[in-house]
Write a protein that binds this ligand. Structure first.
Ligand SMILES: [Zn+2]
Length: 103
């Protein structure tokens, strides 16, 4: 790959450009700044609205949970289903929407 600062060719595994010293990350592998503890806290307190999935960039589940809760949540049963869904996510989701592990 090429240094995003000075354009010189560097190793794909290089974290820092040998010419200019600027940090580089491999293409398509942006470092994840999302914390799993924040994801879990959002899930516990705002999970029915899908806020934890918006935080993690998991737009599909986020929108599904938000819309189901707002549109048919008053029928109660969908809330139970989403509650279980959120509990499963708390236990199993360890990456954000781009597949990068939480820190
Ligand atoms: Zn450089």
């Amino acid at each position: 790959m090429f240094c995003k600062n000075c354009g010189v060719e560097i190793s794909d595994k290089a974290a820092i450009c040998v010419k200019c010293g600027v940090a580089n990350s491999p293409i398509g592998d942006s470092p994840n700044k999302r914390k799993r503890v924040v994801y879990v806290l959002f899930a516990v307190f705002l999970g029915l609205l899908g806020i934890h999935n918006f935080y993690a960039g998991r737009k599909g589940p986020a929108l599904t949970q938000l819309l189901v809760t707002l549109l048919i949540g008053w029928t109660v049963i969908p809330l139970l289903v989403i509650s279980i869904w959120v509990l499963v996510e708390i236990c199993t989701v360890v990456t954000d929407g781009a597949g990068n592990p939480f820190i």
